[in-house]
Structure formats: structure tokens, C-alpha cells
Design a binder for this molecule. Structure first.
Ligand code: HEM
Length: 478
């Protein structure tokens, strides 16, 4: 009772939209999925950050100011993911994304080297191979009508990840074509669960058709991952053991799966095969919708602003000379392409909102947030803040010119989040996305009829354009 009183006293100091008895601000979410984003934005816009919301009996703070975001994201006291992330577990496993506490911290330290510069150098040839295959797969759509590039991108991101994990081994026994779409379907199920608070209870959820659909999708994902952990990892462990016996074994950068196998061998008590399965499920799911969405939005923007696309092509030709594929040094020199990618990720952050729960009282901007509050951190608002961006709603890559960036607030641009729970794969993703974008632009001239202001957004777990990622491609090589 004391804690609830503390919550009410704290909530009384904040402003927010009118809440109703029992359901609180629940009605904000009782509309079609495509209307929720706009309704929510409009309802919270008039109030200063943090905005107070009641979702049923749960107090929720909506944080949209970069200074406040920085205080929360950089703190080691508020790193616990919200209870809502439990709904992601059936398809992300208990990997780094969904878990919290000492196990998460320890595993993050163990897994961090998988995304080091040295390892990324080793992955580069796979990024190139899949980018080249991707532009070939697109040929049938070139010089034709408008199409949605997202499905193609999700598939190539999935193939590249599987290649990375399976190391080019053609061992898969199920039809991979079924997989890429599963992330999108899962998001829909998770989002329906998040917004319908009666489905938070397992007993009601298990009675719903969503549960049956989820079970089907989950078994698809686990079949793929179990194939890796049950067949490939033990084989690789044997190989490593055999190689270690040879004094003159070749010294080379290990593959991702070899590194994981080595970690399991060296940390048998804290990294079990089940942990491995969880982490691989997370990597498989997080690599699809995220990277493909960011690349798809960038394609749309380059297509909508041909003079900017021309500058990207000019830079590519200067950096590449007569070469036909990019190495990591070339990638690091593609500064303008990176500015365009970042500007797209600013306008359309793949994860617009992230969620934390307070597990203790948290001193925050002259107030104390009590334990038991859910905090929604709005990356979307930081990215569109008129205080921090000259042209907040326009596509203007110069926002990322080095001089402009040196003056920018550290949390005005955080597509990968920030602080101890930031994305583990930021550098990896930029490298993959730049190689893929460069290969697309070198092969095709992109056209898109939607300027930044014309893109109407829908958000569930991620953000996407209502109309789809519609573009036209013209062959550049003819
Ligand atoms: C455009 C690409 C990507 C974007 C924008 C992105 C964004 C993010 C964001 C915003 C978070 C924080 C989530 C939260 O706090 O709830 C996050 C965490 C994470 N991401 Fe990414 N991500 C991307 C690609 C990837 C890829 C390719 C992988 C794996 C191969 C990955 C693995 C992870 C993991 C494991 C975490 C959890 C880290 C932790 O809490 O320790 N992400 N990502």
C-alpha cells in the first residue's frame, strides 16, 4: 500500500493525457494498429517530458527529451528491460536483448568480441557475396514497375546471417523461404499482446489464436537454431580440439561459429548449449528486420532525392576507382553514403521506443522515480527534436557533417540506443548496410515518389511506411 501511495504521489507531480478509472490511458491503444502511432504521438505531444501515462494499474513514463534520455541510458541503475520483453522471448530466446541482471552483463562481455573490428574484417567477404547475389536477384524487378524492396532485403539479411553462422555449409533441412517473414509476423503478435493488457496474462494468451500462430513460428525458428547448436557446434569443437594438437595449425581469424564454439569450450559453467541457442536465436531475429528496414528507408530517400543519390555515386566512383568490390578501408571512406544512411535512420529509427522497468528508486532530473515504474524511451522524439536538428522533418544528410555532429547532443541520435544496453552489433551493422547500399547504388538508379514528409509511418515494435517500401529501379550498368 505504501508503494502504491508513493507511486500516486509521484504521478501527481507529472502531466499527461486524461486517464480513466481502471483502464487508465488504455483506450489510446484501442484502435487499428496503423492508427496507434499517430494517436499516441498526438495524445502525448502537449505535455512536457516525462509524460505520465497509466496503462491499467501500471504507471508508465514517456521520456522524449535527449537530456533525460541520456540520464537514463547512461546509468547502470536502470538497465532492467521492461516486463514486456518477456513476450519477445519465444522468438528471441533468453538472449542479451530480452534478459537483464548479472547473467546478461557477463554474457555481453563474453560475446562482445564477436563484433570486434577484427571479426568484422573476417565477415566482410560474406557481406560482399550476399550483396552481389542480392543485386542479381533484383534484376527481374529492374526497369519495371514500382515494387516493395523490403521482402528482398529481409531475405538477403537472413541468408547472410545464416551463412555467417553456418559458415557456408549447406546443412539446412527446412525451407528457408519460410523464415524471413516470421520476424514481421512475430512482431504483430507481440504488439497485439503489448497493447491488449488482458493478453499479458499467459492464461488468456494461451486461449487465443495468436498463441497457436506463435507456437508454429517458434518451432520454425528453433528447428533452424537447433540444427546449428546440436550438429555444427559440437563438430566445430572437435575440429578446434584436433587443430590445437597440431603445432603448425594455421593461424587465422576464426569464424563466428568457431568463436562461439571456443567460448562454450572455455566457459562450460556459464555458457551452456542452451545459452548458445538463446544467443543465436537473438542474433537471427535481430539481424533481419533491423538492417533491412534501415537499408530500405535509405533506398527510398536516395530515390526521392536524385541530386543526393548522384553525390553518393560520385563518392563511390572516387573511392573504388576500377575495383569491383569494396574492402573495409573503402567502406570507411564512404563518408557521404554514411551520412545518408544515418539521416534515414534519424528520420525512421527502426526501434522508435525502448522500454525499461525501475527496480529501485532512481534519482532523475530533480525527481525520484519510484520502483515499479515502466519507462518508455523515445528515440523517435530525440531524432526529430527541433531543438537539436536544423531541419527535423526533412531528409538533410548535412545534419551529419563532422562539424555539425561535433556540436550535437550525445543522445540526439541514438538509433542503436546508448550506454550499457546499447546494440552490440552497431559497427557490424553499419559495415553490412554500407556494403549492401553501395552495391545497390552502383548497379541501379533508384526512384521513389515519396519524399521524407510524404512517408506515413506505422509503428508496432518497429517502424515502417504505411505504403510499403516502394521504389523503382533502373539498370545503371547498361
Ligand atoms: C540497423 C540495425 C540495428 C539497429 C538499428 C539496432 C538497434 C538496437 C537497439 C535500439 C537496441 C537496444 C534495445 C533495447 O534497449 O531495448 C539494440 C540491442 C541489441 N541489438 Fe541491435 N540493432 C541493429 C542490428 C543488430 C544486429 C545485426 C544484431 C545481431 C547480429 C543486433 C543485436 C542486438 C543485441 C544482442 C542487443 C541487446 C544488447 C544488450 O542489451 O546487451 N542488433 N539494437
Amino acid at each position: 500500500h505504501w508503494d502504491r501511495r508513493k507511486l500516486y504521489l509521484f504521478a501527481a507531480k507529472l502531466q499527461g493525457p486524461k486517464a480513466y478509472p481502471v483502464v487508465g490511458n488504455g483506450p489510446l491503444f484501442w484502435c487499428k494498429n496503423e492508427e496507434i502511432f499517430n494517436n499516441f504521438m498526438a495524445a502525448t505531444a502537449p505535455y512536457p517530458s516525462p509524460v505520465r501515462l497509466w496503462v491499467g494499474p501500471k504507471l508508465v513514463l514517456f521520456v522524449k527529451d535527449p537530456n533525460q534520455l541520456q540520464l537514463i541510458l547512461q546509468s547502470s541503475k536502470i538497465t532492467t528491460k521492461s516486463f514486456l520483453y518477456r513476450f519477445l522471448e519465444p522468438f528471441l530466446g533468453k538472449g542479451l536483448f530480452t534478459s537483464s541482471g548479472p547473467r546478461q552483463k557477463h554474457h555481453r562481455k563474453l560475446l562482445q568480441p564477436l563484433f570486434s573490428q577484427r571479426m568484422i574484417e573476417g565477415y566482410c567477404h560474406l557481406f560482399q557475396k550476399h550483396s552481389k547475389k542480392f543485386v542479381e536477384d533484383l534484376r527481374k524487378n529492374a526497369n519495371g514497375p514500382e515494387f516493395n524492396i523490403s521482402t528482398f532485403l529481409q531475405f538477403t539479411a537472413f541468408e547472410a546471417t545464416m551463412d555467417l553462422l553456418l559458415e557456408d555449409q549447406d546443412t539446412h533441412s527446412i525451407d528457408y523461404n519460410e523464415i524471413p517473414n516470421y520476424v514481421r509476423k512475430f512482431y504483430e503478435i507481440v504488439f497485439t499482446r503489448v497493447k491488449s493488457f488482458w493478453l499479458h496474462l499467459d492464461i488468456f494468451f494461451k486461449l487465443s489464436s495468436y498463441y497457436r500462430e506463435q507456437t508454429k513460428l517458434q518451432s520454425l525458428a528453433t528447428t533452424v537454431i537447433n540444427e546449428i547448436t546440436e550438429t555444427n557446434v559440437p563438430k566445430i569443437i572437435e575440429k578446434i580440439k584436433a587443430e590445437r594438437k597440431l603445432a603448425d595449425a594455421e593461424i587465422r581469424v576464426p569464424s563466428m561459429l568457431e568463436s562461439i564454439a571456443e567460448m562454450v569450450m572455455e566457459n562450460p559453467d556459464c555458457l551452456t548449449m542452451q545459452d548458445c541457442t538463446d544467443h543465436l536465436m537473438t542474433f537471427m531475429a535481430t539481424s533481419q528486420d533491423t538492417q533491412s528496414s534501415a537499408v530500405a528507408f535509405t533506398c527510398m530517400m536516395l530515390g526521392a532525392y536524385p541530386h543526393i543519390q548522384d553525390l553518393v555515386v560520385q563518392e563511390l566512383r572516387e573511392v573504388m576507382g576500377k575495383k569491383t568490390s569494396l574492402d573495409l578501408t573503402d567502406v570507411s571512406q564512404l563518408k557521404y553514403l554514411e551520412m545518408c544512411l544515418k539521416e534515414s535512420m534519424r528520420l525512421f529509427p527502426v526501434g522508435p521506443f525502448i522500454f525499461r522497468d525501475t527496480t529501485e528508486d532512481f534519482q532523475f532530473d530533480k525527481m525520484v522515480i519510484p520502483e515499479g515504474v515502466t519507462v518508455i524511451l523515445s528515440i523517435y522524439h530525440a531524432h526529430r527534436s527541433p531543438e537539436h536538428w536544423e531541419k527535423p522533418d526533412e531528409f538533410y544528410p548535412e545534419h551529419f557533417a563532422p562539424e555539425a555532429m561535433s556540436k550535437r547532443h550525445p543522445c540526439a541520435f541514438i538509433p542503436f540506443s546508448a550506454g550499457p544496453r546499447r546494440c552490440i552489433a552497431q559497427h557490424y551493422s553499419y559495415t553490412y548496410m554500407k556494403i549492401l547500399l553501395a552495391t545497390i547504388v552502383l548497379n541501379y538508379e533508384i526512384e521513389c515518389r515519396f519524399k521524407a514528409e510524404d512517408v506515413k509511418l506505422i509503428a508496432d515494435i518497429s517502424i515502417r511506411p504505411q505504403q510499403g517500401y516502394l521504389i523503382k529501379l533502373k539498370d545503371r550498368t547498361n
